[in-house]
Design a protein around this ligand. Structure first.
Ligand code: ATP
Ligand code: MG
Length: 333
C-alpha cells in the first residue's frame, strides 16, 4: 500500500474514447459513436492502487486501454511522470511512445484467452524482453526463471505450455509476463474474475506482495466491491462512460454520497451476518442506457431514486465535497 504524500505518477484529464459506428459495405459512413469513455479525469499516486468499479459495459476496460495508449483517445490527455516532468502520452509520436510503453503494462481478465497456447511459458514470459531488446539468449532465460520464481511458479516449468497449468498458475504466468520489462504502472483488468474463488485470494496476495517489493502502481479494475475495498487505496466509481464519485477507500465505503455508489454498495453482500440482516437494498429501476445515446443531463438520471428536474437538463460536474472526496451529483450543488 502507498504512502499518503507520494507524488502523482499518472494524471488523466478529460479523457474520451468514442468508437465510430459505421454503415455501408463499400462506402462506410459514420452514423454515430459508442461513447465508451466520456470525459474522465483521475490521478494515481506513485505506489498506490486506484480501484475502478462499475457495472459491465460502463467503460472500465476502455479507460485502462486508452490510458495505456492501446487505443488512440478521441480527446483528452494522459500525463505520465518522467524525470520529474509530466509527459503527455497522447501527443507523442510512435517512436517517442515506445520507451514510455516499457513503463506500463496490462494484466488481463482471462488467463486462458490471453496466453498464446502454442508458446511455452518461457516464450510467453520472455517475449517482451525480445520485443523491447532488453535481453536474449541465455540472459533472457535467466531473467525468465527469475520472473517465474518471483510469481511463485517453479522455474523448472519453463518449457511447458499454458494448457498444462491451472487457472491460478496461468494468471501467475500473465503476471510474470507483465513484470518482465520492469514496469512501474500496471493496469489490472479484472485479473481474478475468471478464477475460482478459492484461488482469487492467492492472486490478490501475489499482486499486493509484488506491489510492495517492486513499488508498483496499479489501476485495479473490478466489479467485485469487496475485492476493490481490500486492495485499493482510493476508489473511482464509473457509470456509463463517466466517473460519478472518487474518494479514499474507507471514506467511499463508509460515506458513499452518489446515489449510484449507494445502490452499488447496497447490492453487495456483507460477510457479517448481523449487519447483513439489516442491509437495505436499493433496487435500481430500468436498464443501463446505451452509450450510443446517453441521457440528457446526468447519465444516471433515468434510474436515480433521488432524481430532480435539474438532473434531466444539466450535466453535473465533479466537485470536491470533502478533502479528496469528489462527487458529480446535483444533490451536492
Ligand atoms: N473496440 C470497440 N468497438 C466498439 N465498441 C466498443 C469497443 N470496445 C468496447 N466497446 C463498447 O464500449 C462500451 C464499454 O466497454 P468496456 O469493455 O470498456 O466496458 P467494461 O466496463 O470493461 O465492461 P466489463 O465489465 O463487461 O468488462 C461498451 O458499450 C462496449 O460495447
Ligand atoms: Mg472490461
Amino acid at each position: 500500500m502507498s504512502e499518503r504524500n507520494n507524488e502523482v505518477l499518472l494524471n488523466v484529464e478529460h479523457l474520451k474514447m468514442y468508437f465510430p459506428i459505421t454503415k455501408g459495405l463499400v462506402i462506410q459512413r459514420t452514423v454515430g459513436y459508442v461513447k465508451a469513455v466520456d470525459d474522465i479525469s483521475l490521478f494515481i499516486r506513485k505506489g498506490e492502487t486506484l480501484g475502478l468499479v462499475g457495472e459491465s459495459g460502463c467503460g472500465k476496460s476502455t479507460t485502462g486501454r486508452a490510458i495505456l495508449q492501446l487505443y488512440k483517445p478521441t480527446a483528452g490527455h494522459v500525463y505520465f511522470r518522467e524525470d520529474g516532468k509530466m509527459v503527455d502520452l497522447t501527443t507523442l509520436k510512435r517512436r517517442e511512445l515506445q520507451p514510455m510503453r516499457r513503463r506500463m503494462q496490462i494484466i488481463f481478465q482471462d488467463p486462458y484467452a490471453s496466453l498464446n497456447p502454442r508458446m511455452t511459458v518461457g516464450g510467453i514470459v520472455g517475449e517482451p524482453l525480445e520485443v523491447h531488446h532488453i535481453a536474449s539468449g541465455k540472459e533472457k532465460l535467466e531473467r525468465v526463471k527469475e520472473l517465474l520464481d518471483l510469481v511463485g511458479l517453479n522455474p523448472y516449468f519453463i518449457n511447458r505450455y499454458p494448457h498444462e497449468f491451472s487457472g491460478g498458475q496461468r494468471q501467475r504466468i500473465g503476471v510474470a509476463r507483465a513484470l518482465a520489462i520492469n514496469p512501474e504502472f500496471i493496469v489490472c483488468d479484472e485479473p481474478i474474475s475468471a478464477l475460482d474463488v478459492s484461488i482469487q485470494a492467492q492472486i490478490i496476495n501475489l499482486l499486493e506482495g509484488l506491489q510492495e517489493r517492486l513499488g508498483l502502481t496499479y489501476l485495479f479494475i473490478a466489479h467485485d466491491l469487496a475485492v476493490v475495498r481490500h486492495i485499493s487505496d482510493r476508489v473511482a466509481v464509473m457509470y456509463l462512460g463517466k466517473l460519478v464519485e472518487t474518494a479514499d477507500r474507507d471514506e467511499l465505503y463508509e460515506h458513499p454520497l452518489h446515489p449510484y455508489t449507494q445502490a452499488l454498495l447496497s447490492a453487495a453482500p456483507i460477510p457479517d451476518p448481523v449487519i447483513e440482516e439489516k442491509r437495505q437494498r436499493i433496487i435500481l429501476e430500468g436498464d443501463v442506457p446505451t452509450p450510443i445515446n446517453p441521457p440528457k443531463g446526468c447519465n444516471f438520471s433515468t434510474r436515480c431514486p433521488r432524481v430532480m428536474d435539474v438532473c434531466r437538463e444539466v450535466e453535473p460536474e465533479m466537485k470536491e465535497v470533502a478533502p479528496g472526496h469528489w462527487v458529480a451529483c446535483h444533490l451536492f450543488d
